[in-house]
Design a protein around this ligand. Structure first.
Ligand SMILES: [Zn+2]
Length: 201
């Protein structure tokens, strides 16, 4: 059982066992939660945005989406979603994207990629930057425009909205509660989120 708050802008790692429910609550609304999943017994098996999108023939994630691994296996299934849709195309913010998208001097601001790397460096699973692959951005609104571009828009989430999954294998969860201040993904104001893991009766 896990019931924890991730402060604004901080990373988190945890394990969800097969059959357990995993809920992320957007406590204050419009908070991007950059997330990756790994097989808890073998971190070389990880979430695959490509396999997931291809299998469901949809670019957004919501209730019914099955999160597939790079080995084509089901890692988790989204069972409830009061937000409506989640991005898995936009990737994690990084010092490089901060610089290219915003300004040279934004390079040194906090980013999800740095948070991911900090979390796995503190952890003892032996992971490194090669393990940080294309991720899910829960609650983040990244619409694909008619001419095929991605745009970062004000969030579609709101205080108390949540997404709930059921694990279909033992997974290690890696989260960066996004610290981004330069686009509307966090409403320009990063806020805490709540993580809940439990055994459904
Ligand atoms: Zn971010």
């Amino acid at each position: 059982m896990i019931d924890t708050l991730i402060p604004a802008g901080e990373p988190w790692m945890g394990v969800v066992r097969r059959g357990q429910a995993f809920r992320i609550v957007d406590l204050e609304g419009n908070q991007a939660v950059d997330t990756l999943f790994y097989n808890a017994d073998d971190t070389h098996e990880h979430y695959s945005a490509q396999n997931t999108i291809q299998a469901q023939s949809r670019i957004y994630l919501t209730t019914g989406s099955v999160l597939l691994s790079n080995r084509g296996r089901s890692m988790l299934r989204i069972e409830d979603d009061t937000c409506g849709r989640h991005d898995t195309l936009g990737g994690a913010c990084a010092c490089e994207s901060n610089m290219v998208r915003y300004a040279l001097e934004k390079r040194y601001m906090h980013s999800c990629r740095d948070s991911f790397l900090l979390a796995i460096a503190r952890d003892d699973r032996g992971m490194n930057k090669r393990d940080v692959v294309s991720n899910i951005n829960f609650f983040m609104n990244v619409p694909v425009t008619p001419d095929g571009k991605l745009s970062f828009e004000d969030g579609i989430s709101a205080p108390g909205k949540y997404v709930e999954m059921r694990a279909e294998m033992d997974v290690t969860v890696l989260v960066s509660n996004c610290p981004q201040l330069n686009n509307p993904c966090n409403g320009y104001n990063p806020t805490p989120v709540r993580m809940l893991v439990w055994d459904p009766s």
